[in-house]
Design a protein around this ligand. Structure first.
Ligand SMILES: Cc1cc2nc3c(=O)[nH]c(=O)nc-3n(C[C@H](O)[C@H](O)[C@H](O)COP(=O)(O)O)c2cc1C
Length: 167
């Protein structure tokens, strides 16, 4: 649970910048923060299996659905079996309107995806620091991932299964 909290914070947590004040751990075009993190927990100590959303402002998890959905998520990601085997997976999603409201098409075509990339890189770095393992998965059926997670406004952009590396 401690590791989960650290990973989510690194990806999209609240932070305070000495110069500009309250901010987040990853940059965002226009400071609009369209990125949302979801956790699919299967085998995490002190955490029931289920789907959770991460609230950046309070650094808390809200359970959206109880139960292990790792095999459903694997199917939505074209059978990439390591998702099912990993104890937990972080899904990075973007709410396009938050950015397109100000930047129009450029928000959809570029900025939201760039923002998601920053979150993913931060999670990568934190995973490495915790001596865990991950990869970024972009091959999945968007509609199926949305359905498994029960997402409405947020579009899934990256799936990051996290686990303990072998050997
Ligand atoms: C945009 C993007 C999408 C990716 N999608 C997948 C994927 O669906 N499945 C997978 O196993 N790896 C995926 N990867 C991981 C790449 O295959 C991997 O980064 C590459 O082979 C280099 O390996 P390394 O990151 O271990 O150096 C993706 C990477 C990126 C950047």
């Amino acid at each position: 649970m401690q590791q989960v909290a650290q990973l989510l914070w690194a990806g999209n947590g609240s932070a305070v910048d000495a110069v500009s004040g309250p901010t987040r751990t990853a940059p965002s075009a226009g400071g609009l923060y369209p990125v949302e993190l979801y956790l699919v927990a299967g085998n995490v100590e002190e955490l029931k299996a289920g789907i959770y959303s991460y609230d950046s402002s309070t650094h808390t998890l809200e359970m959206m659905q109880e139960g292990d959905v790792r095999s459903e998520l694997t199917r939505a990601a074209l059978g990439q079996y390591f998702i099912e085997e990993a104890p937990m997976t972080i899904v990075i999603a973007g709410v396009y309107e938050r950015t397109t409201r100000k930047y129009g098409d450029r928000g959809r075509e570029r900025y939201v995806k760039m923002d998601a990339g920053h979150a993913a890189e931060n999670i990568f770095l934190q995973v490495t620091a915790l001596e865990l393992g991950t990869t970024t998965v972009g091959a999945f059926r968007d509609r199926d991932v949305k359905q498994v997670l029960g997402l409405r406004k947020a579009e899934p952009l990256y799936i990051m299964p996290v686990g303990k590396p072998e050997g």
